[in-house]
Design a binder for this molecule. Structure first.
Ligand code: ACO
Ligand code: ZN
Length: 176
């Protein structure tokens, strides 16, 4: 059974990931990112956080995904405060489908689900050289909150980027 569509973008549909989608998600990840995970990792995130694991599909072909975790811990935005945070673990769109707003829709739709789970901020790590993704995150209101040296296996550093999320923020950015 197919999961409910959470957003539509032209002919593209954004919907919750299903267990049967995971092999296609892994395929997109292999093609688009140097960070790969064990199959178990995907299924584990899907079973723990199904609401924020979304896929983008065009005519039944999976072309993008976002997977996230909801965490509780030190705020990325407030000094010394605690916060419930949505952590974007990985987001990717196949190259031939980029620049059409799919990445934006995946992030905004997952943030909407994070807000429903009482998260007040959203954060992620991104390679310092990944100007395309950094540009997209900045457009969505993420700010650079930190830098992790040699975060990736090949020695590259990561920027930690975070954004405040809330019902109103999400609704207004979705309409923009
Ligand atoms: N320089 C700066 N910003 C850029 C550039 C560039 N060369 N190219 C694109 N962008 C930004 C712009 O803000 C652009 O928005 P605009 O079209 O309004 O100007 C935006 O990227 C594109 O937005 P979308 O079309 O919504 O995003 P897309 O569907 O293309 O997906 C994504 C973006 C997911 C980053 C895609 O490029 C991708 O899959 N890249 C490879 C995988 C990757 O790097 N994933 C992120 C890793 S970090 C993490 O997962 C937490
Ligand atoms: Zn992370």
């Amino acid at each position: 059974m197919q999961k409910a569509v959470v957003a539509k973008l032209g002919d593209y549909e954004i919907r919750q990931c299903d267990r049967e989608d995971v092999p296609s998600v892994i395929e997109v990840n292999m093609k688009t990112l140097p960070e790969h995970y064990s199959d178990y990792f995907y299924y584990e995130i899907l079973s723990e956080f199904p609401e924020t694991f979304l896929v983008a599909e065009l005519h039944d072909v999976l072309v993008g995904y976002i997977m996230c975790r909801i965490e509780y811990g030190f705020s990325q935005l407030k000094r010394l405060g605690l916060a419930r945070k949505g952590h974007v673990v990985s987001v990717a769109v196949n190259e031939e489908h980029r620049g059409k707003g799919i990445g934006t829709s995946l992030i905004l739709a997952s943030q909407g689900e994070m807000v429903k789970k009482s998260a007040t901020e959203c954060y992620l790590e991104v390679r310092v050289s990944n100007t395309q993704a950094i540009g997209l995150y900045q457009k969505l209101g993420f700010k650079i909150e930190g830098r992790l040296e040699a975060y990736y296996r090949d020695g590259e550093g990561a920027l930690v980027m975070a954004a405040k999320i809330g019902k109103r923020d999400w609704m207004s950015s979705f309409q923009a």
